[in-house]
Design a protein around this ligand. Structure first.
Ligand SMILES: [Zn+2]
Length: 425
């Protein structure tokens, strides 16, 4: 590990003691609310080992020297070290020759949240916490539940009606206490109460206005940037990701910043936030320094990024990277999920295919050029929200035939393949 020397506000620069569990900067309040970031002693940040893809330990703790908890005290399930796939067939479709997919569904609970949970739960245990807690539409809760189980801690997940069934099942199977709330706006007061009265270590946002998740946990997302550069050997031109509160965006941006400062890359990749309701689109367009809530005009299928207000941390890093925010609606989302699955063999949740929709828009409009190196961050598995992505399907009719009718069934099946436009002989 590197020793954190302070927590620092992204907006005003105020510094706080590193061990203070704080949700945001006390000096930046109301509309100016801002998250903190971890500051390390520059004397202790060692040289980089990130280009050695085969270094030990495997996974994200290979970069433990850049994380705020000691590697030998890490609560780990083998997170990180996820594949970066060159997506030739999707690239052809989108008009991008160097389209890559960073496949975060390969994490232990099948989402990128494991990088945050591993660091946050390690920190919580080191701090002597006995209960960790989060508000979650699913992925963060499933992830925290797993790492709490691994660490022997209790876990509370506050979720809401309408959350995806498979994710709720995951949370319960890991033994967490799941509170399903009718009024989702009361999840944060519940967590704040638990933290204040009972010492819960809360990893998610739990106070309005929203600033993002625990800054210590966000450090885990830096390793996504390290791994991308480790695999490509240089910085990509673009990294496109689904964004809710921008925790991963902030962590990834900080990771690229570390590499830039260390002289390992020569530019910042431009970051693209694909969001459901457009609060960052709004803030970027109006050149304001505040991310106001916007009207959620529809119920997004991308439930993992369903909030109607993002954060200053996301806006800060979008601007720093000369990035963009793109609003992605429901139209075409399931089609894109199936395109990625059928063309690349990779099945992602609906929020995770928003980057492909955004990249298609940006490539068509000429903002992305065909030779640009573009990384789409696929944040979670498509098994996470099958109730939403297949909700309109009718059950397949069951085939009832005898053994003697099998040749006929084989021929009929083969003929159907030709009708689907595939190449069959
Ligand atoms: Zn501040």
């Amino acid at each position: 590990m590197s020793r954190p020397v302070a927590m620092q506000c992204l907006r005003c620069g105020t510094r706080y003691a590193p061990q203070v569990a704080r949700s945001g900067c006390a000096a930046c309040t109301g509309k100016l609310a801002s998250n903190l970031r971890v500051v390390y002693d520059p004397q202790e940040v060692p040289g980089w080992r990130f280009k050695n893809k085969h270094a030990m330990p495997p996974g994200m703790w290979r970069y433990g020297e850049m994380l705020p908890v000691p590697t030998d005290q890490a609560v780990t399930l083998g997170e990180g070290g996820t594949p970066l796939h060159l997506a030739r067939r999707m690239g052809e479709l989108l008009g991008l020759k160097r389209l890559y997919i960073k496949d975060e569904s390969c994490n232990p609970t099948h989402s990128y949240k494991d990088r945050l949970s591993a660091v946050a739960v390690s920190h919580a245990r080191a701090q002597g916490a006995s209960v960790v807690a989060t508000a979650s539409s699913g992925n963060a809760g499933a992830s925290l539940a797993a790492y709490a189980a691994r660490a022997g801690l209790q876990c509370v997940v506050a979720s809401m009606k309408g959350a995806s069934g498979p994710m709720m099942a995951q949370i319960r199977k890991y033994g967490a206490h799941l509170v399903m709330m009718d009024d989702k706006s009361l999840r944060w007061p519940l967590l704040a109460e638990g933290a204040a009265r009972h010492g819960w270590y809360v990893t998610s946002p739990h106070a309005a206005p929203v600033v993002g998740s625990t800054a210590v946990g966000i450090e885990g997302y830096k390793t996504i940037a390290y791994e991308i550069v480790g695999d490509l050997g240089s910085a990509p031109d673009w990294v496109v990701m689904p964004v809710c509160y921008g925790d991963a965006l902030a962590g990834i941006a900080q990771g690229f910043e570390d590499l830039l400062c260390a002289g390992e890359i020569d530019k910042r990749p431009r970051l693209v936030a694909a969001e459901a309701h457009g609060s960052l689109v709004n803030a970027m367009a109006h050149q304001t320094d505040c991310v106001d809530a916007v009207d959620a005009e529809y119920a997004t299928l991308a439930a993992s990024v369903g909030a109607n207000q993002s954060t200053y941390q996301a806006l800060h890093w979008l601007r720093m990277s000369d990035g963009l925010a793109v609003q992605i609606g429901n139209e075409g989302l399931i089609d894109m999920q199936e395109l990625v699955a059928c063309r690349e063999g990779l099945l992602y949740e609906l929020a995770s295919v928003m980057p492909f929709v955004a990249a298609r828009q940006l490539a068509r409009s000429g903002v992305m050029r065909e030779d640009d190196t573009v990384v789409c961050l696929a944040t979670a598995s498509g098994l996470k929200d099958t109730d939403k992505s297949t909700g309109s399907w009718n059950p397949l009719p069951v085939v009832t035939v005898g053994r003697e009718q099998i040749p006929e069934l084989a021929s009929a099946t083969h003929n159907l393949l030709s009708q689907r436009g595939g190449s069959v002989r």
